[in-house]
Every structure is written in C-alpha cells, then in structure tokens.
Write a protein that binds this ligand. Structure first.
Ligand code: GAR
Length: 215
C-alpha cells in the first residue's frame, strides 16, 4: 500500500486479541485513507501485536510492572505513540484506565470502542449486564476519551437486538462484526477530516451532533 501524506496517521492501543485492529488493517488495505503507524500494547504476548507485526506495522509493548508508577508507564507509552507521528489514537480493547493527564494531552485525538450503548454499561462485563438488566437492545459505541471512564462524548453507535436465548458469549459473538464495521466507519470520518471535538460537543461537517451517529 502506498501512503500519501494525506493519509491520517493512526496508532492503535490494545491488550488482547486485536480483531478491531485487524478490521482497520483490512480497511486500510482497501479504501480507508489511513496509515497505521504503530500498534502499542501493555502485554508483550497480546495476539493483536502479533497481528500488527504480521501486517508490517511497527509494534511496541510496555509492561506497567517495569515502571514505578502509572504516570511513568503512561509517559513512556505515549512518548512512543507521539514518536510514531500519530494524529489519532484508537483504544481497541486496551483494558487500562488512562490518567487524566494523558487523556487531556490527547483530547480530541483519542477515541475508544466500547461494547455497550453508552451511557449504559460503562466498565466491564457489558454483555452479561445488558442481558441481566432485561435490555432488548445492545450495541457498541465509539467515543472520545475523557477523564471520566467510558464517559466521553459518543460519536457513533451500532445496535443489535438481544434475543431471548442470548448468552453473554452469543451476544458478544454477534456484536463483534458490527464493532468492526463501526470502528472503520468512525475512523473514516477522521480520515476524511470531518470530525472535531469542541469542548464536550462533537462537530461533524461543522455541525454539532445532538446524538450519536448511527452506523
Ligand atoms: C472489543 O469487544 C472491545 O469493544 C472491548 O474489548 C474487545 C476487544 O476485542 N473493549 C472494551 O471492553 C473496553 N472497555 P479485540 O481485541 O478483538 O479488538
């Protein structure tokens, strides 16, 4: 793939499998105008880092245990992210809460994919909690990261019905391909330079969006 200077430089942070990263890799190999400039993890054995390396993307892992505190861990991690020249940082299954300091430094350039219809079910075990709560619908959200965990402005969501016999596993399995499409669609808006965070408001094509865009 040839990378023009107009391609948006994107870094991905992950902790595990990396299927959302794989969706970005596939889209970048087709029509999505991004350059994946780095994949960064908090575990050297994260399968997602191996996927990235196989696709020729520079990878690095940073173990929190190697640093005296969270601030110095994040400083090292985000120094590497900055050195990659990333214009947009995507948290795709990065299972750590970032400090307010880091989040503020990257405000407007840091997004996360979360497996729920935010503001519902922030945090972990979202599929089980949606079923237990008797929800009829579930989904995933791409949102800007702010110091409030899973609480930043939501750019785009995808939805699916919860079926009577759904288990957390079946729901997660049916949601995952929708997550992949959602993330690619959201990143496309950035690649097309159409989205901007203005305070706590998201503007798309210069217009504030009152509610999340739908996939
Ligand atoms: C995805 O389902 C993502 O939404 C979720 O982790 C999974 C990562 O899968 N993220 C969170 O729960 C963040 N709170 P992947 O490694 O295959 O992309």
């Amino acid at each position: 793939m040839s990378v023009s200077t107009e391609h948006l430089r994107v870094a991905v942070l992950l902790s595990g499998r990396g299927s959302n990263l794989a969706a970005l890799i596939e889209a970048a190999g087709q029509e999505l105008a991004i350059a994946l400039v780095g994949a960064f993890g908090d575990r050297a054995d994260a399968p997602g880092l191996a996927r990235a390396a196989a696709a020729g993307i520079p990878t690095a892992s940073f173990s929190p245990k190697s640093y005296p505190d969270k601030a110095s861990f994040e400083a090292a991690l985000f120094a590497a992210v900055a050195a990659s020249g990333a214009e947009l940082v995507v948290l795709a299954g990065f299972m750590r809460v970032l400090t307010a300091h880091t989040v503020e430094q990257w405000r407007g350039r840091l997004i996360n994919i979360h497996p729920s219809l935010l503001p519902k079910f922030q945090g972990l075990h979202t599929h089980a909690r949606a079923i237990e709560a008797g929800e009829r619908e579930h989904g995933a959200s791409v949102h800007f990261v702010t110091p409030v965990l899973d609480g930043g402005p939501v750019l785009m969501q995808t939805r699916l019905p919860i079926l009577p016999d759904d288990t957390p596993e079946s729901l997660a399995t049916r949601l995952l391909p929708l997550e992949h499409r959602l993330l690619v669609a959201a990143v496309r808006l950035f690649a097309e330079r159409r989205v901007r965070l203005d305070g706590d408001q998201i503007a798309v094509d210069g217009q504030m969006i009152g509610e999340p865009l739908k996939l």
